[in-house]
Ligand binder design. Structure first.
Ligand code: DHB
Length: 393
């Protein structure tokens, strides 16, 4: 006989099962990562490199963390800040992503920073490199680099290597301003003189007028920062205008002698001394494994953007493991303070600044017979554990 009490017990049992099912379902729902990259337009090589690196990370480390599957939602913003912001909003509100990542150029990261703060969504900058980006939101973590961080090294090297007079040439936006400022102050601190400071537009730059100014100024060296993707066009014009034979020594940040394009630049690039945090020729077992796997999967060489993406995934995966899949403030906290061996060398995500601390290398472009006779940035000196000088104000 079914009593009222039985009915009640059955109802409670059914309810408990339903709750358990709901809880269970919540625990196994995918964790979503919104990946916003320039897959088209002038910065498309950055998107192509980072997308490939994210895929490699997942192929090597699986698509499950804390028992839940990881779903990466890739969106193309064409490096247009308004598009980045709109896409980030959709990813946060509609897709309910736990993290937004990518950000190919500085203006796209800055445009999105307020959304990260409002929604308490960790934002992982894998590419953009203006120092101030991490100060735009307490939810920003960076796995790329900063221009002040990589510029100090080449300024010191120049002053110690008989370069007395220099001209600077930078892209006319955030990271260019950082490179110009930190080269200028560090070089002058070492007794050097700056003859001129030149800038070229971020979009469709024409290097002819500025190269003529360099020829006229006759400095010992020209220091250059241009974003990833512009180095090859610059080198071509540098040679076409005869600067390679003018006695003006070319020095740069490694953005110019970018592994993505370096092998196609030809002899004009040979001997260019530059400073940066990553070279595909970095001689470590971790890097060799990374480069071999990347090239096998993609038929092109990884550059510093790829490493920013690969390490960004590492930081996200380890943080999700620590929080058992939880997002928001807990996830942000678990991203801070991570220390690991990257293909670039040892790195730390500084808990205070949320920026990356890393070794910066002084390199020279050489043809390397042991690596298929290709052009590579060969490291010959290192500055260990460099914090972003922009944060030491
Ligand atoms: C940025 C973009 C680049 O391609 C690069 O090499 C350095 C900095 C930027 O926009 O922050």
């Amino acid at each position: 006989m079914i009593t009222k009490r039985h009915v009640l017990q059955l109802a409670i049992a059914a309810l408990t099962t339903a709750c358990a099912v709901t809880a269970f379902a919540a625990d196994t729902s995918p964790i979503k990562i919104g990946l916003i990259l320039p897959m088209t337009g002038q910065s498309a090589s950055t998107g192509r490199q980072i997308d490939a690196a994210v895929k490699l990370w997942m192929a090597q480390n699986g698509n499950k963390v804390a028992g839940r599957s990881i779903e990466v939602i890739l969106k193309d913003d064409g490096a247009v800040p308004d598009a980045t912001k709109r896409i980030a909003q959709e990813l946060i509100v509609n897709d309910k992503v736990s993290v937004i990542a990518g950000f190919g150029i500085t203006p796209t990261a800055l445009a999105t920073a307020p959304l990260a703060t409002q929604s308490k969504t960790p934002l992982v900058v894998m590419a953009a490199a203006t120092s101030s980006i991490t100060e735009a939101s307490p939810y920003i973590i960076r796995t790329s680099f900063t221009l002040p961080q990589v510029t100090i090294g080449i300024a010191d090297w120049a002053a110690k290597n008989k370069i007395k007079k220099a001209v600077t040439l930078v892209a006319d936006y955030g990271p260019g301003f950082d490179a110009e400022k930190y080269f200028d102050s560090q070089f002058r601190l070492n007794g050097g003189q700056i003859l001129d400071k030149l800038r070229t537009p971020l979009r469709s730059p024409d290097f002819a007028p500025v190269l003529q100014k360099v020829l006229d100024a006759k400095p010992d060296a020209l220091f250059v920062f241009l974003p990833s993707g512009q180095g090859a066009a610059f080198m071509k014009q540098f040679a076409e205008r005869g600067l390679d034979k003018s006695g003006v020594k070319l020095i740069a940040t490694g953005d110019v002698t970018d592994d993505d394009q370096l092998n196609d630049m030809g002899d004009v690039a040979l001997g260019v001394v530059n400073s940066h945090h990553y070279s595909a020729a970095h001689p470590s077992a971790t890097n060799k494994k990374f480069v071999d796997a990347f090239q096998a999967a993609n038929k092109f060489r990884p550059n510093f953007m790829a490493v920013g993406g690969y390490d960004g995934m590492r930081v996200i995966y380890k943080a999700l493991e620590a929080t058992k899949g939880a997002g928001g403030d807990a996830l942000l906290a678990a991203m801070k303070g991570q220390i690991f061996e990257s293909p670039r060398g040892p790195v730390l995500i500084d808990g205070q600044t949320r920026d990356i601390v890393q070794d910066v290398y002084i390199r020279k472009v050489e043809r390397v017979p042991a690596m298929g006779n290709g052009l590579y940035n060969v490291e010959f000196d290192v500055i260990k554990g460099v914090k972003d000088p922009g944060k030491l104000k």
